[in-house]
Design a protein around this ligand. Sequence first.
Ligand code: SAM
Length: 290
Amino acid sequence: TSVEVATPSRTRDIVKKYGFEFKKSLGQNFLIDQNILHKIVSAAELDSTKGALEIGPGIGALTQHLAQAAGKVTAVEIDNRLIPILRDTLAEEDNVEVIHADVLKLDLKELFAERFSDVSGVSVVANLPYYVTTPILMKLLEDRLPLENIVVMIQKEVADRMAAKPGGKDYGSLSVAVQYYCVPSIVCIVPHTVFIPQPNVDSAVIKLSLRDKPAVETPDEAHFFRVVQSSFAQRRKTLMNNLSSWLGKDQRETLTTMLEQIGIDPGRRGETLSLDEFAKLSTTLHQAGL
Ligand code: SAM
């Protein structure tokens, strides 16, 4: 097995050896704490029959641990300066493939077919670049990849929004989108001190366990998400006001009747509606051609 990358001294040595300069614009904050790495990897419930997709391996801190825990690892890194470093730090790991690409531009279905057709399950495990957390996660979910779970380090504030229940200030369209596909749980809150360089936001590890089927049934998924977006459009407004801004003021009476029929008070705010209630609302509006 190879030398541990995730220690302050080894990370500094590697950075120095290659004259590597951190790019803030790529969200480069490398992990230097093995405790956190163990927590991340164990949350993913890997074994030698499983595959792991890592997004943004950096200099390989997490990748090494994944190589030990999973049967196969594919790591996608956008920064070409890191590719030779990874070749070095991962030299001993024969089950790791590093791909130089922007994960947002990659055909992940094709990658899964090529790389993970022979494993019993796949997890995405990553310390994500915070500037693109949401686009990356939404791509993973909307592509309907055959994933068991996603375990990622993200900004704590975003983790709170993903895991939020109806009624609070954190609950919004991101909560609904994530919970439609997954069951979220926060694995741990992470201090600044476990990164080089230290980020200026708080971090958390979140686990998203993929549901076998979406949390609610809807006649038209795109419509469901439009209803959700519209209901949260202006958070201080009532559901009725948000819906009528979307569908037109002339629909207010129809909307009132419909909301009453499905037992939702038109004076409520979007942020109090559960996924079930959004599904009911979407179904009713859709049936009425709205
Ligand atoms: N996994 C390493 C660790 O934990 O020490 C590095 C994590 S660092 C927070 C994020 C990594 O994602 C960086 O290596 C960065 O270059 C890479 N990255 C940023 N944007 C990316 C993208 N669009 N596609 C793939 N990798 C990306």
